[in-house]
Design a protein around this ligand. Structure first.
Ligand SMILES: [Zn+2]
Length: 430
């Protein structure tokens, strides 16, 4: 059997948990302690594999195998799976349903769902992708602050690690904690950022309105978003390394970040885009019924009778096509939810994926991916999963191919990108 990784607390490095056939332990570097739990390799602030720690403890040749393993955003226990079956089940009825039965879906809608304008502001901002994604996570309430764990009924100490005085909410960490207040006071930013009377969504709006205000010098406009980023890093250092950064250092580093970002963006010239013409034999793409939005995914997504938004993302390679398709679907669900769409048909071209989605069969290989999808389903009032042939989702197919060549990890297009003109035109005129 192969150890399957959820939160990595009960599996140790020397267990057989690498997704190889047969499964084995990863090759450890000479000084790595084999009894360490696997969670030392996980960045707990983002719930992703920590590249720095991986490079420090694991032989380079095995790192790509580890990165293929999907880590659930809502921590789940480690388990076992059979590596010799497609879905990881060794009997038809195994005990892995507990993840789904124990899972308490989040019932409070994420703030960004009610604010599509702000979502667009975040994704179309000139910030680096890591910051766009970070603010989107904050607004979608999936940032790993303790309040968000509470909403998902995960028991954690709710108090802020910096002041130990109040519950750790996003608004508290970034704006109202005495530590954050001191940082903001040292900056020359308007006092409205630390206003106790406004909520996190108001603060996010303020950040992005300020960022887009041309009357303010660029360096000053960029400073607040980098302060928030640095406050997040400081908070994580307190929590995971017991290191408290001096507030003056936080502001100094934020200023350095701003300078670095300005100089790096000045060097890069605008990348040229080429219109790609395709002459595929096409099956008709069908618009959804009245009141519905259609989202085609194929490691990316595209929506609508008229193209509303499109996006593409790059992810760590997964072990199988099904895992890659499920990963793409999760990103599509997150994007549609953040854009505020409530009734959506998700249309993909993989029939096996549809079987898992519609029959509720949970093989251990896909448990974490499918339970993440289940949790996101609650963000929609109506949701359907449908299967179509690849040629009728040519836009999603093309986006998926483009994503591999893209210099950035995520792209959300708020209007039709030139390389999709031809495909969208054909979809609309069939
Ligand atoms: Zn605090």
């Amino acid at each position: 059997m192969q150890h399957s990784i959820g939160d990595g607390t009960t599996t140790v490095l020397s267990d057989n948990w690498l997704p190889t056939l047969p499964p084995r332990l990863p090759r450890l570097l000479p000084y790595t302690n084999p009894t360490l739990p696997v969670n030392v390799l996980i960045d707990r602030s983002t719930n992703t594999w920590d590249a720095r720690v991986l490079a420090y403890l694991i032989e380079q040749s095995d790192i790509s195998f580890i990165k293929k393993l999907y880590l659930p955003p809502i921590p789940a226990p480690d388990g076992f799976l059979c590596p010799y079956t497609t879905d990881g089940n060794y009997t038809v009825k195994s005990g892995y349903h507990f993840i789904t039965t124990n899972h308490q879906p989040d019932v409070i809608p994420p703030p960004l769902a009610s604010s599509p304008e702000l979502t667009k502001q975040i994704w179309s901002s000139s910030l680096p992708p890591k910051l766009r994604h970070f603010f989107w996570r904050m607004g979608s309430r999936i940032l790993a602050v303790k309040e968000n764990f509470h909403h998902r009924h995960i028991p954690v100490d709710p108090m802020c690690a910096l002041c130990c005085n109040e519950e750790e909410t996003s608004n508290h960490v970034f704006f109202t904690c005495p530590y954050a207040q001191q940082v903001w006071r040292l900056s020359s930013c308007p006092p409205s950022f630390t206003d106790q009377g406004t909520n996190m969504l108001d603060k996010l709006k303020l950040l992005f309105d300020y960022l887009n205000d041309d009357r303010i010098p660029k360096e000053q406009r960029l400073l607040p978003v980098w302060i928030v980023w640095r406050l997040w890093k400081s908070r994580n250092e307190v929590l995971f390394s017991n290191k408290v950064n001096n507030t003056q250092d936080v502001i100094t580093k934020a200023r350095e970040d701003v300078q670095e970002w300005i100089s790096s963006t000045q060097k890069i010239s605008t990348p040229s885009t080429t219109t790609q013409r395709t002459n595929l034999m096409r099956t008709q793409w069908r618009p959804p019924g009245r009141g519905w939005i259609k989202c085609n995914y194929d490691a990316s997504h595209h929506e609508g009778h008229v193209l509303l938004e499109a996006g593409m993302g790059k992810f760590e390679g997964r072990s199988s096509v099904i895992e890659s398709e499920l990963t793409a679907l999760i990103w599509s669900l997150q994007s549609c939810s953040a854009l505020g769409y409530k009734r959506v048909i998700f249309e993909g071209d993989n029939i096996s994926v549809l079987k898992y989605l519609n029959n509720g069969i949970y093989g251990p290989w896909f448990t974490h991916l499918l339970s993440t999808i289940d949790a996101w389903k609650t963000s929609f009032t109506s949701i359907r999963f449908a299967h179509v042939k690849r040629c009728s989702i040519s836009c999603a197919d093309l986006l998926a191919k483009k994503a591999i060549l893209s210099p950035t990890d995520w792209n959300l297009f708020l209007s039709c990108p030139p390389f999709l003109y031809n495909n969208v035109f054909l979809d609309n005129n069939q």
